[in-house]
Design a protein around this ligand. Structure first.
Ligand code: FAD
Length: 305
């Protein structure tokens, strides 16, 4: 029985699928668990995914359905839900103190599962036109672009998955990528290559998003000294990778050059009692199945006294 003021056995920072899974497995072990999320609605990146791919257990389920089922399961198991942002954590002997707007929460073990954010391009026009033609959510915004021409920026799984979804709505997609080939799953690449709505601009960077009240086009610069060109479109979807979402961490928690948290094979960081799983972790595969598996493995290895 946990008494007021006792530290939690496990405090999970982040309520995406990695964090929800960590909380679930910890609660199944009978540990006292709190789950902290800053979003107001939990679920993280999958909340914008209309049809989860590559996660057989989910069948043809949406990200929202998957996250809702996982949240329901942890609530039933008695996990305390704390709808607040972790500002930072400090180490105090064997206890980790996590600071939030609603106070300080103490735990014997902390699991960092704060995930990642979609990167922006950082070009002129992008911020001003966000929500007025610039988007990072195909599932939310596809309906605004029926029979219109759009640009999708990026060449990885997320860009291709979202572009394929958008192709059911729009009249044409110009996919602009810095690389000279796609880095996505072969199944996505094959579908896009066979789809007459797709046009590809290889080795090309978007340097500006053009428009007034809404998007009217993009300025692009191909590699090799070719002059800048304009592509007319009414929507721009940006999927150019992820950057970690990390609260203020003690300096002795090792991170890689891009800010992702480094762990050992048991998902422990360089500080005992602090673990990292899912998209915030250096070396994460990018797949939901790994996020869930990492969370289960990290919790299975805990020795709580
Ligand atoms: C467009 C797109 C499509 C995708 N499609 C698929 C797919 O079909 N199949 C698949 O397997 N994978 C897919 N993925 C990848 C998958 O969504 C991610 O790998 C997975 O969701 C990562 O989960 P996570 O819990 O580690 O992180 P996240 O989902 O990023 O969750 C992190 C959570 O932590 C919260 N948080 C952040 N900072 C703090 C803080 N300081 N305090 C408290 N809370 C905080 C965030 O609000 C968020 O709720 C897709 C990704 C994208 C971008």
């Amino acid at each position: 029985m946990m008494r007021s003021g006792d530290p939690y056995d496990v405090l999970v920072i982040g309520g995406g699928l990695a964090g929800l899974s960590a909380a679930h497995h910890a609660a199944l072990r009978g540990l006292s668990v709190a789950s902290l999320d800053d979003g107001g609605h939990m679920g993280g990146l999958v909340m914008n995914v209309g049809r989860i791919d590559g996660y057989a257990a989910a069948g043809a389920v949406s990200g929202i359905e998957l996250a809702a089922a996982q949240l329901e399961a942890i609530v039933e198991l008695g996990v305390e839900i704390v709808p607040d942002r972790a500002a930072g954590l400090t180490l105090d002997g064997g206890i980790v103190a996590v600071t939030t707007g609603s106070g300080v929460h103490r735990a014997k073990t902390v699991v960092l599962a704060s995930g990642a954010r979609l990167k922006s391009l950082g070009v002129p026009g992008e911020q001003a036109l966000f929500g007025r033609g610039v988007s990072q959510c195909a599932d939310c915004d596809a309906g605004f672009f029926v029979d219109q021409k759009i640009v999708v920026v990026g060449g990885g799984d997320a860009a291709l998955q979202e572009a394929l979804h958008l192709s059911d709505y729009v009249s044409g997609i110009t996919l602009v990528t810095r690389g000279d080939a796609l880095r996505a799953k072969q199944s996505y690449v094959a579908l896009a290559a066979d789809n007459p709505k797709f046009e590809f601009r290889w080795s090309t960077q978007v340097t500006e998003i053009l428009g007034g009240d809404g998007v009217e086009g993009v300025r692009v610069t191909p590699a090799g000294g070719v002059d800048a060109q304009e592509i007319a479109c009414s929507g721009v979807f940006v999927f150019v990778g992820l950057e970690p979402s990390v609260c203020t961490l003690p300096d002795n928690i090792e991170r890689n050059a891009n800010g992702f948290i480094v762990t050992d094979p048991n998902f422990q960081t360089s500080v005992p009692g602090v673990y990292a799983v899912g998209a915030v972790r250096a070396g994460y595969s990018g797949q939901l199945a790994s996020a869930v598996g990492e969370a289960a493995a990290a919790i299975a290895g805990l020795r709580i006294v």
